[in-house]
Design a protein around this ligand. Structure first.
Ligand code: SF4
Length: 245
C-alpha cells in the first residue's frame, strides 16, 4: 500500500497559545487556497515538504505526555483532508483532544472530522463581512466558508462538536465591520483577535475591549499583550481573571 504523505509545514511540541486554557502540540500543514496580505505563515502557503504520516504521528506521540491536545493549523489544514483525518485519528488514539484552526475553505473535511467524532474544537477565521469576501477570497471560497460556518454551527448546536468559535482578526481601519460580522455569524462564540501587520498599528487591548462592549453580546478579546479576556454581556462586565492566550 502507498503510504499516506503529509505536506508538512512544521511542528511545535508544546504551545499554550493555540488553544487558550490548554497545553497543546501544534502541527502546521502546508498549503492554502487564500493569499491574505497579513498572513503570519506566508512561507507555508505553497511548496512541498512531503513526509510519511507515521513521521508526523511520531512527533505528536512524542508530545503526548506533556500536552492534553493536538492542534492542526497552517496554511490551511483542511486542504489535506485525508492526512488531517488520519492525524486526528492518531491524536484520538493517543488520548488527546483535537483542535483545528481553519479558514473554512473545505467544509467537507470538517464534516468528515465531526461525523467521525475526532475533533473537539474548531476555530473558524472570519476575515470580513460577507459582502467583502468575494473580493478577498473569490466567490467560490466565500460559499465554502459560509457552508463551513453553517455546518459547524449546526454540529455545535447538536452537541456533535464540543467547541466552536468564530475568530475575527481585526485590523485598524476595519473596526466598523465588527457589528455586521457579529450579526452575520449568528450565536456562535465570537473572538476578537488583535490583527498584527507591519503596515498599521495594531488595535490596543483597550480599543478592542471598547469595541467588544459596544457589541451587546458576549465575546472574547485576544491580544498579544493581555492574552484572552471574556466579556459577559449578561453581567455587563468582564469575567474575573484573565485567561492567558
Ligand atoms: S487563510 Fe490563513 S493561512 Fe491562508 S493566507 Fe490567509 S491567513 Fe494565511
Amino acid at each position: 500500500m502507498i503510504p499516506l504523505l503529509v505536506n508538512f509545514g512544521g511542528f511545535v511540541p508544546l504551545s499554550t497559545v493555540d488553544w487558550p486554557g490548554r497545553a497543546v502540540c501544534t502541527v502546521f500543514l502546508r498549503g492554502c487556497p487564500a493569499r491574505c496580505p497579513y498572513c503570519q505563515n506566508a512561507p507555508l502557503l505553497a511548496g512541498e515538504d512531503r513526509r510519511e504520516l507515521d513521521e508526523v504521528a511520531a512527533m505528536i506521540a512524542g508530545s503526548a505526555l506533556v500536552v492534553s491536545a493536538v492542534v492542526f493549523s497552517g496554511g490551511e489544514p483542511t486542504m489535506q483532508g485525508d492526512a488531517l483525518v488520519a492525524l486526528a485519528r492518531e491524536g484520538r488514539r493517543l488520548g488527546l483532544a483535537v483542535g483545528v484552526h481553519t479558514n473554512g475553505a473545505y467544509p467537507d473535511t470538517l464534516a468528515r472530522l465531526v461525523d467521525e467524532g475526532i475533533v473537539d474544537h474548531v476555530a473558524l477565521d472570519i476575515k470580513a463581512r460577507w459582502e467583502r469576501y468575494p473580493n478577498l477570497l473569490g466567490a467560490d471560497l466565500t460559499d465554502r466558508v459560509k457552508a463551513s460556518l453553517a455546518f459547524c454551527s449546526g454540529a455545535y448546536a447538536e452537541g456533535r462538536l464540543p467547541e466552536f468559535e468564530a475568530v475575527v482578526t481585526l485590523f485598524r481601519g476595519y473596526e466598523d465591520e465588527v457589528a455586521a460580522i457579529a450579526r452575520e455569524v449568528g450565536e456562535v462564540s465570537l473572538v476578537l483577535q488583535q490583527g498584527v501587520t507591519e503596515s498599521v498599528t495594531p488595535l490596543s487591548f483597550e480599543e478592542l475591549t471598547a469595541i467588544a462592549e459596544r457589541l451587546g453580546r458576549s465575546c472574547r478579546v485576544r491580544t498579544r499583550e493581555n492574552g484572552e479576556q471574556e466579556y459577559e454581556v449578561d453581567r455587563g462586565r468582564w469575567a474575573a481573571g484573565k485567561r492567558q492566550g
